[in-house]
Design a protein around this ligand. Structure first.
Ligand SMILES: NC(=O)C1=CN([C@@H]2O[C@H](COP(=O)(O)OP(=O)(O)OC[C@H]3O[C@@H](n4cnc5c(N)ncnc54)[C@H](OP(=O)(O)O)[C@@H]3O)[C@@H](O)[C@H]2O)[C@@H](O)CC1
Ligand SMILES: [K+]
Length: 499
């Protein structure tokens, strides 16, 4: 259930199901019934106003209105547009509705009760304007609880972006699989609680559609997650290297290193410039410290093949020395996580970074937040595009896995796969949280996990760890919350492994 289908892919699922023998009106009946089931959890005395649009989304509304009436609800239905313009299944569904049809553009919105938004769904084709925009504005200002059919009208199902204006719903009933627009912001915030209903589309259609977007849940990456071998030892669990900044910037690498160790790397070393060695030596226990001055020093540490993954960027200055150190890792080469200063270091010449990634031919993960992303991919990636699209284009351009951070972190791979997370609480917006994430990714890559899966797992676990703590979280807490998350993953407690 963790596949996310774009509206175009959903239309294909619809088409394949109809071609296999289920009439479209049957799918619409089941969709409308699912909406009626959600709306019908309210007391029978709740007045219901169903707003129907000109397409099949409106058709679902006609079905829901009929079923709710049959169940004893007092239902008004209002259509946005002329009734004789309805086509196909929507026209069939409308013909089965026996009640009056009001003009949605003129109809008063009930001062009480619930509104069903069946105006626009997967067929949204342009920005909402004119009378439709005015209607949506009235719905939002009315403050009535809204149940949206498929998508809140005005939300783009592929990108989650608001096309002009969009309904703010408390619940959204969608069908078969969620769409990216249910998970990405701001779409997710307009959806309220998303209820997923099955309407008889067989899972087998996914083999034909081959979706590339996924909700980031353990089911996505669990098969690649490191298992502890009974006969294992610390060397077989990998050795991550975190590169520290100078004496005034050692904390970031320490947090990354602790996170790498907690997530299961067998050994972790902080590579530090001479100036910072004393500070680090006094502040680390299980994590080791080694001297590495500049690119030459780092290169020497990487002569030991057991040091098999590198995390760079937290605490580093965005300068030529940092660029040269990144290139020393490319020359080694080693799986590499680049964050913060190591990303910004290439802002003036991103091609130099991309060439290095290509030449090293080892997995590289970039973990920019929006600002760092804009600096590195300025010009190359259209800012108005949806977040998953921007991350995917960047991943293709860089030849690296791109982790575009935020409340809806997207992990995008150059091969076109992307995972979107919805489990990050706002408490993760705290100093050093990104350093911990980079360390977690490096720790998983040191254990041999492929880059896309390692980044996706780390992002999900980062969110899960923060959820366990709640308010008052600081980045230092995160590594020590990981054992609980790991144990829950193993025992599948909290449904952590489910969809
Ligand atoms: N796929 C499935 O498996 C199933 C799908 N089902 C349901 O079908 C829905 C998709 O139906 P759909 O394709 O008819 O599109 P829909 O969302 O009704 O919009 C199209 C209409 O809106 C119009 N319009 C577009 N943009 C506009 C704008 N900005 N402002 C104003 N108008 C605009 C557009 O007009 P036009 O562009 O032609 O001028 C056209 O008339 C889907 O969301 C789900 O609810 C279920 O019944 C069962 C299974
Ligand atoms: K809708």
């Amino acid at each position: 259930m963790h596949e996310l289908l774009t509206p175009a892919e959903m239309a294909e699922a619809d088409r394949l199901t109809i071609a296999a023998g289920t009439p479209g009106i049957e799918l619409m009946e089941r969709a409308g019934r699912a909406v009626a089931d959600v709306v019908g959890r309210r007391p029978l005395s709740t007045p219901v106003l169903v707003l129907c649009g000109p397409g099949n989304n409106g058709g679902d509304g006609f079905v829901a209105a009929r079923i709710l009436t049959e169940r004893g609800f007092r239902v008004r239905l209002a259509l946005a547009g002329p009734r004789d313009a309805l086509r196909g299944d929507a026209a069939l569904a409308a013909a089965r509705w026996r009640g009056p049809v009001e003009d949605a553009f003129a109809a008063p919105l009930d001062p009480s009760g619930v509104i069903v938004d069946a105006l626009l769904g997967a067929g949204l084709a342009r920005d909402v304007a004119g009378a439709m925009a005015a209607l949506i504005d009235r719905v939002n200002r009315g403050g009535r609880p809204v149940v949206a059919v498929d998508l809140p009208s005005g939300i783009d199902g592929a990108s989650g972006l608001v096309r002009g204006i969009a309904v703010r719903a408390g619940e959204t009933v969608t069908f078969f699989r969620r769409k990216p627009g249910h998970v990405l912001l701001p779409g997710r915030l307009h959806c309220g609680a998303v209820r997923l209903a099955q309407i008889g589309i067989a899972g087998a259609v996914l083999e034909r559609i081959a979706p590339r977007l996924f909700l980031n849940v353990p089911a996505l990456w669990r098969p690649a997650f490191p298992v502890l071998a009974v006969d294992g030892n610390k060397y077989r669990r990998g050795h991550a290297l975190a590169v520290s900044g100078g004496i005034e910037a050692t904390g970031a690498a320490r947090m990354a290193a602790r996170a790498a160790l907690r997530i299961g790397a067998g050994l972790v070393t902080v590579a530090a410039p001479s100036s910072a060695l004393m500070v680090l030596a006094g502040a680390l226990e299980a994590v080791m410290v080694r001297r590495a001055d500049g690119a030459a020093g780092l290169g020497r540490l990487l002569e030991d093949a057991r040091r098999n993954a590198v995390v760079m960027g937290p605490g580093l200055d965005p300068d030529e020395e940092t660029r040269a150190m990144v290139e020393a890792v490319f020359a080694a080469p080693r799986p590499l996580v680049l964050d913060a200063g190591a990303i910004t270091a290439f802002a003036a010449d991103p091609e130099r970074l991309f060439r290095g990634v290509a030449a090293s031919a080892t997995p590289t993960v970039l973990t920019p937040h929006d600002g760092e992303f804009a600096r590195l991919f300025a010009g190359a990636v259209e800012p108005g595009a949806g977040k998953s699209e921007r991350a995917l284009r960047a991943a293709r351009l860089a030849g690296a896995v791109v982790v575009l951070k935020g409340p809806d972190t997207v992990v995008a791979a150059p091969d076109g796969r992307a995972a979107i997370a919805d489990n990050a609480p706002p408490t993760l917006g705290t100093a050093g949280s990104g350093d911990v994430l980079a360390g977690m990714i490096g720790g998983l890559m040191a254990q041999g996990m492929p880059a896309f899966e390692a980044a996706s797992a780390a992002v999900w676990m980062h969110g899960a760890a923060a959820q366990r703590f709640g308010r008052g979280l600081i980045a230092e807490d995160l590594p020590d919350l990981l054992p609980g998350v790991l144990q829950a993953l193993e025992t599948d407690e909290d449904g952590a492994g489910g969809d």
